[in-house]
Ligand binder design. Structure first.
Ligand SMILES: O=C(O)CCC(=O)C(=O)O
Ligand SMILES: [Fe+2]
Length: 251
């Protein structure tokens, strides 16, 4: 079967059809591979009904309303509340208020997590091995995550290890588990896009540009919650399979 780099391969599993985007050939440069994967993911997302293309000003982003069930949201909130501890950062930051939320890594074998992983895999088509462990996050009033990129900055000391363990982060999928009373918007200040959290909704964005290079326009932040609480889950995808043994990574 001839498949283009980044083309879609369909295979029949036990009683259901699964399709995955095929990893592009290794002889391409890393950026060309990332670009080919992005092209295939974009084509797949755009084929879907009930997806809103929120791309603008050099940022590629999509919103899928009602992506999760209410049951998923309730179950995930319970898991986050049971496991939450102060959110970490991959590299120390001079600003102690840079990321003030609480987080936990969700166990991939917990039933609600398995359900959501399967739905995300079906949406994105990215081979599951390319995805990091889903992280849950809880923001109380005043808590936030200041502007940052999800891609790795390759001039940082952490990069050598990340390059070995799956390489660059490509896409981010973030689902809103509740609707905070006020605030907590996800804002892309340079791209001038602001998403108001809505229970069950999914926000997906590409951290690399059309050439497969890290895209500065993907700069984003979780604005402070002003009333109520905000719960989200985040899944970061890598350009290559991510080694679980390397341990969970923060932003
Ligand atoms: O909470 C948000 O709106 C943003 C979270 C975020 O940027 C992240 O988890 O990488
Ligand atoms: Fe982020």
């Amino acid at each position: 079967m001839a498949v283009e780099p980044g083309g879609i391969v369909t295979s029949r599993g036990a009683g259901f059809v699964t399709s995955r985007i095929k990893a592009p050939p290794r002889q391409l440069s890393p950026a060309a591979r990332r670009a080919a994967m992005s092209k295939a993911i974009r084509a797949r997302l755009l084929m879907r009904k009930n997806i809103k293309n929120a791309s603008r000003n050099g940022l590629e982003a999509y919103v899928v309303p009602n992506f999760l069930t209410l049951q998923d949201c309730e179950d995930l909130i319970r898991l986050i509340d049971a496991g939450r501890e102060p959110s970490g950062l991959l590299a120390a930051h001079a600003d102690p208020d840079f990321r003030t939320s609480e987080s936990c890594n969700l166990h991939p074998l917990d039933e609600p997590v398995k359900r959501v992983e399967a739905r995300l895999a079906e949406l994105m088509g990215i081979p599951p091995a390319f995805g990091e462990t889903i992280q849950g996050q809880r923001y109380a009033v005043g808590q936030q995550f200041k502007p940052h990129h999800d891609y790795f900055h390759t001039d940082q000391p952490y990069w050598a290890e990340q390059e070995r363990n799956g390489g660059q982060r490509t896409w981010t999928a973030m689902a809103f588990l509740n609707t905070p009373e006020k605030g907590g918007h996800t804002k892309f200040p340079d791209a001038k896009l602001e998403i108001v959290p809505a229970v069950r909704g999914l926000l997906v964005w590409n951290n690399v540009d059309d050439k497969g290079e890290p895209n500065p326009q993907s700069l984003h932040q979780g604005l402070p919650v002003e009333a109520g609480t905000k719960y989200v889950i985040t899944k970061w995808f890598r350009e290559r399979p991510w080694a679980v043994g390397s341990g969970p990574v923060e932003y």
